[in-house]
Design a protein around this ligand. Structure first.
Ligand code: RM4
Ligand code: MN
Length: 391
């Protein structure tokens, strides 16, 4: 193991250099559960301040150069100006997330609503998101539909699929060259009986029909307990249909906790399938989709980026030749041993060295804490309305 480790350090570092993790603007705003949103001091009051905070994550990790927007939460007068602001802070605007789940009209669904007028309204919003992509230079449109029903018989399951397909067709037709849509699935919530895009199979089928500019996005918190997510990842990558990830972790449902917090081994297994498919060099968007309800938000994002880096470094450490040999020989325990050796390697010193070589502090958490930024935003961001869900 020792010799192998020394030999692959360069490969690991090259992989880490290729790994780009996108932060979500909404992670910097206040969030909570349906029971309580706890306001934190210094939280951004507008998209400009969210981007400034996202830039701190990149400043200390060097691995988070883009930030995703959520519309209408991040609506501004000029998206060109917002992009310029991002560039001035050393980052760029990434995926545009649509939001067709927070308007009274959407009680019975958005693009699948039985009322054609509501469907048209939802579609207008999705098309507006593509306009915003044109203005920001974003190449990814992320679609998540909360659509579904709560009671058997409430609406026609098949008709709702037809309505969904019709909306997706219209959005797909509007995409420019170099733009793509990624379709997200979620098992349940807010709908409790039928969800119109509940699983990767449904998302995959719609994307397959749409064409090459449509891919599936895997939100790691959106599965039934016990689902083998790395299988889904391996399959979608093999088909060229993995558009990206919404990383987070969960213990029970869609908890949106920090990625790698609940199950770092699962994150390692997922990243191994990415490495196995050379996914770091493909157009896979590695996005965080998290809420920091009780922990400070910027360090929560920094820790999350570090967790993804650690899982990736371990996945890159898997001795793939030895693994393949053991697999060919039917050496069950040997193969598993190769896998576990990589997972059980402490990659933190390697990452610290990697950061120093890149001109960064070896410990991003400590460097951020020492920077005084947290104290500065608490002092400066007085008055106004803090951003949060719905703002
Ligand atoms: C949803 C879904 C979307 C995210 C929103 C905030 O559960 O995961 O990706 O935009 O939450
Ligand atoms: Mn998500």
């Amino acid at each position: 193991m020792k010799r192998f480790y020394d030999e692959v350090v360069d490969v690991v570092k090259a992989g880490l250099r290729a790994l780009r993790i996108e932060t979500p603007s909404w992670a910097f705003g206040n969030s909570g559960t349906r029971f309580k949103v706890f306001a934190q001091k210094g939280v951004p009051r507008d998209p400009y301040e969210k981007i400034a905070d996202a830039a701190q994550v990149h400043r200390f990790t060097g691995a988070a150069p883009t930030v995703a927007l959520h519309i209408p939460w991040d609506r501004v007068d000029s998206y060109g100006d917002l992009s310029h602001h991002a560039r001035e802070h050393g980052v760029a605007i990434g995926a545009i997330n649509s939001n067709v789940f927070q308007d009274d009209d959407y009680m019975l669904g958005s693009v699948t609503n039985p009322d054609p007028a509501v469907r048209r309204k939802a579609l207008r919003h999705l098309l507006e998101c593509v306009d915003i992509m044109d203005a920001t230079g974003s190449d990814v449109l992320k679609l998540w539909f909360s659509d579904g029903t709560n009671y058997p018989g409430q609406d026609d399951i098949r008709d709702r699929q037809d309505r969904l397909a019709e909306a997706l067709d219209a959005v797909y037709a509007r995409l420019g060259e170099g733009q793509r849509l990624v379709l997200e699935y979620k098992l349940f919530e807010p709908a409790f009986y039928v969800t119109d895009v509940p699983d990767w199979g449904t998302a995959y089928a719609h994307c397959l029909r749409l064409g090459r500019k449509a891919q599936v996005v895997v939100d790691t918190g959106h599965h039934a307990p016990g689902t083998n997510i790395e299988f889904i990842v391996a399959f979608l990558l093999r088909e060229g249909k993995l558009g990206g990830f919404d990383f987070n972790s969960r213990f029970y449902a869609d908890d949106d906790l920090m990625v790698g917090a609940a199950d770092p081994f699962q994150l390692f297994r997922i990243m191994y399938e990415v490495i196995r498919a050379d996914g770091l060099d493909q157009d896979v968007a590695f996005m965080l989709d998290q809420c920091h309800n009780i922990e400070p938000k910027i360090p929560g994002q920094i820790r999350s980026v570090m967790n993804v880096q650690e899982a990736t470094a371990k996945a890159l450490l898997v001795d793939r030749e030895a693994l393949a040999a053991a697999q060919r020989a039917g050496d069950v325990l040997g193969a598993n041993g190769v896998f576990m050796d990589a997972y059980n390697t402490d990659v933190r010193p390697l990452l610290a060295g990697f950061r120093e070589e890149s001109g960064l502090a070896p410990n991003p958490m400590a460097a951020y804490a020492a920077s005084g930024y947290a104290e500065r935003i608490v002092a400066e961001r007085v008055g106004g309305h803090q951003a949060g869900w719905g703002a």
